[in-house]
Design a binder for this molecule. Structure first.
Ligand SMILES: Cc1cc2nc3c(=O)[nH]c(=O)nc-3n(C[C@H](O)[C@H](O)[C@H](O)COP(=O)(O)O)c2cc1C
Length: 530
C-alpha cells in the first residue's frame, strides 16, 4: 500500500460516524458567519446572461434517447440555460426572517461548495478566456483573457470545490460531502446538456494541477487563505453530434501562462474559528495525476416511460429534497420503482454519457412500501460482473432470492426494515417514512490501493447516482433526499461486511413528501427583475 492510499484509508476510518460518536465537527456554529454560498470576484468584467427561466420543449423521457434530440444552436442564451439548469437558482425559501436560495444541483446542508467555470478556448460564443459562473446573479465573471492557441478549440466546463464552506458546518467529514456534491453537479450538467441536444464529455484523464492552472486556482494572490478552491473535474461541451476529441493539455497550459488574469475572490467568512487540517491532508493525498484517456460507451437501453413525464426543464427546476415523508402513504407503484431501477443502471443516456468508468457502486435497498414487493432488504448490482464478489462479501445468511425484473435484483432478507433504516441513517425519519431508502456500496480498498484519487471518484459516482434518483423521483411524482449522515460501520455490520473491501458511501431516500406549510416559496430570479 502506498503512503497516499494509507492516508486516505485513515481519513475514511476517522471520519466515520459511530453509533456512540459522530465524526469530529465544530462544537458550535456561528450562523452570522456562515461562509457566503456565492463566490464573487471583485475587479473583473461581468457578462450578463440572458434572462433565466425559459422552458425547452423536450420531456424528461426524451433524454433517455439523447441521439434523437434536436441540437440547439450555441448562443449566449443556450449557454446561459445550460448553466442555469445545472447550477442556477431554482427557488428561494423563507421561514420568518430567514431566507435561503435553492439550486438545481443539491448540496449537503445547502452549503454549496461547488464552483463552476467556463473555459472558452476559441471565440465561438465569448472571447477566449476563463469565466466564473455566479448562480445568484446568473452572470459570468471574466477571470482571464488569452490569445487563442490554434491547437485548442471548443468550450469546457470545469468544477472545483471550496472545502471550507462544507467544513464550516460538518468538520472532518466535509471532504466526503464535497465529493458527493461534485458527482451531483456533474450529473446535473449532463442532464441539462441533454435538454439542449448537447452532451458533456468528462475529460477524466487531465491532472488536477492542470485544471488548477487553466482556471487560475493556483494564483495565491487572488484568494483568501483557507478559502481556496480545489480542482475537481474538467469537461468538454459537445454541441450536437460534435466528435469527441483529445484535450491538448499543453496548449491549455500555454494559454493560461500567457493569459491576463483579473479579479480577487471576495472573503467568504470573517473568521475561521475551527480549522480542519485533515481535510487539507486528504485533499493533497487524493490529488489526481494525469491518467490514461478513457471513454466508455454504455449500452443503449429502452426504459419504461416515467409516470409524470413533465418538461425536462420544469422537472429539473422543481427538484427538491423532501424534509419529511408521509409514513402512511400508498405504496409506490411497481412501474415507477422499476423505471427508477432501470435508470440507475449504466446506459447510453445522461448522466452516464458523462461517465468514463465501469460501475464500482452497487445499491442495497430498504424497501418499506413498494407495490407488489415484500418489505425487506434488497440488492441491485449495477454491474452483473460484481455479483460473485458481492455474494462472497455479504452476510452468508442472505437468501439472494432473484426478483422477477428485466435486470438482476435480489431480495436479501424479508421483514420490516424501517427501524433499521432510520437508526442507521443517524436516526433520521426520512429513511424510514419513505417508500424506500438505500445505501451505496462501493468496491473500496482495492480501488484506493490502486490509485488514491479514486477515493474521490467513488464519491462522485455516488453523487451521480443520487442525482438520477432526485430527478427520477420527481418523474414518478414523488421526491428524494440525499443522506450523507449514516453510521458507517453499523451499516457494514448489518450487511455482514468484515473488512473495508466494500464500504457504504452515501444513502438516499425516496417517497411521498410532506410539505412544511410554514415555509414560503419565492421565485428563483425575481431579484434580477426591475
Ligand atoms: C451529499 C448530500 C448529503 C445530504 N445529506 C442529507 C442528510 O443527511 N439529511 C437530510 O435531511 N438532507 C440531506 N441532504 C439534502 C440537503 O440538505 C439538500 O440538498 C439541501 O438542503 C438543498 O436543498 P434542495 O435539495 O431542496 O435543493 C443531502 C444532500 C446531499 C447532496
Amino acid at each position: 500500500m502506498t503512503d497516499l492510499s494509507e492516508t486516505i484509508l485513515h481519513y475514511h476510518q476517522r471520519t466515520k460516524h459511530q453509533l456512540n460518536a459522530y465524526a469530529k465537527g465544530p462544537e458550535s456554529l456561528d450562523w452570522d458567519d456562515q461562509p457566503n454560498p456565492f463566490r464573487r470576484f471583485t475587479g473583473c468584467e461581468t457578462i450578463p446572461l440572458p434572462e433565466p427561466g425559459a422552458d425547452l420543449a423536450c420531456r424528461f423521457a426524451d433524454l433517455d434517447i439523447p441521439e434523437k434530440m434536436d441540437s440547439q444552436p450555441l448562443t449566449l442564451e443556450s449557454l446561459g440555460l445550460l448553466l442555469e439548469l445545472s447550477f442556477g437558482l431554482s427557488a428561494w425559501k423563507q421561514f420568518g426572517p430567514d431566507r435561503w436560495a435553492l439550486r438545481c444541483n443539491p448540496s449537503s446542508g445547502n452549503l454549496h461548495p461547488t464552483e463552476a467555470y467556463l473555459l472558452c478556448a476559441d471565440d465561438q460564443v465569448l472571447p477566449p478566456g476563463v469565466y466564473h459562473y455566479v448562480s445568484h446573479d446568473h452572470h459570468l465573471q471574466r477571470r482571464s483573457r488569452f490569445v487563442p492557441d490554434d491547437a485548442n478549440t471548443g468550450l469546457y466546463i470545469a468544477l472545483s470545490s471550496i472545502h471550507w464552506r462544507e467544513a464550516w458546518k460538518y468538520g472532518e467529514r466535509a471532504f466526503r460531502y464535497c465529493q458527493h456534491d461534485i458527482g451531483h453537479a456533474l450529473a446535473a450538467l449532463s442532464y441539462a446538456a441533454a435538454c439542449l441536444g448537447w452532451s458533456i464529455e468528462l475529460c477524466g484523464e487531465v491532472a488536477d494541477a492542470g485544471i488548477a492552472s487553466w482556471l487560475g486556482l493556483e494564483r495565491d494572490q487572488d484568494f483568501v487563505a483557507g478559502e481556496r478552491e480545489s480542482p475537481d473535474l474538467f469537461c468538454r461541451l459537445r454541441i450536437g453530434k460534435t466528435a469527441s476529441a483529445d484535450v491538448d493539455a499543453a496548449a491549455l497550459s500555454r494559454s493560461a501562462q500567457s493569459a491576463e488574469w483579473y479579479g480577487k475572490a471576495e472573503r467568504l467568512s470573517g473568521r475561521h474559528f475551527y480549522r480542519w487540517p485533515i481535510i487539507d491532508e486528504v485533499a493533497e493525498h487524493a490529488q489526481k495525476p494525469a491518467t490514461v484517456r478513457q471513454r466508455r460507451q454504455f449500452p443503449a437501453v429502452r426504459l419504461p416511460q416515467p409516470s409524470h413525464n413533465e418538461l425536462a426543464s420544469r422537472l429539473i427546476r422543481q427538484r427538491r429534497s423532501a424534509q419529511h415523508f408521509n409514513g402512511k402513504a400508498e405504496a409506490l407503484p411497481l412501474a415507477d420503482f422499476q423505471r427508477m431501477l432501470s435508470a440507475l443502471l449504466p446506459s447510453a443516456k445522461p448522466p452516464y454519457t458523462a461517465w468514463n468508468w465501469r460501475p464500482e457502486v452497487h445499491l442495497f435497498f430498504f424497501v418499506h412500501r413498494v407495490e407488489g414487493l415484500e418489505p425487506g432488504l434488497y440488492l441491485l448490482p449495477r454491474d452483473p460482473q460484481a455479483l460473485p464478489a458481492l455474494q462472497a462479501a455479504l452476510s452468508a445468511d442472505f437468501s439472494w432470492r432473484e426478483m422477477p425484473a428485466p435486470f438482476s435484483f435480489y431480495q436479501l432478507t424479508a421483514g420490516n426494515v424501517r427501524q433499521a433504516a432510520k437508526t442507521l441513517s443517524c436516526h433520521q425519519p426520512i429513511a424510514s417514512d419513505s417508500a424506500f431508502s438505500l445505501g451505496m456500496l462501493a468496491r473500496f480498498a482495492e480501488n484506493i490501493e490502486t490509485e488514491a484519487w479514486r477515493y474521490r471518484r467513488l464519491f462522485w459516482e455516488c453523487g451521480l447516482i443520487g442525482q438520477i434518483l432526485y430527478l427520477e423521483a420527481e418523474a414518478a411524482g414523488v421526491r428524494g433526499t440525499g443522506i450523507g449522515c449514516f453510521f458507517d460501520d453499523a451499516v457494514h455490520g448489518v450487511l455482514g461486511l468484515k473488512d473495508n473491501n466494500w464500504q457504504s458511501l452515501y444513502h438516499f431516500t425516496v417517497g411521498e413528501p410532506l410539505d412544511d406549510g410554514r415555509l414560503q416559496s419565492l421565485p428563483a430570479y425575481a431579484h434580477l427583475k426591475g
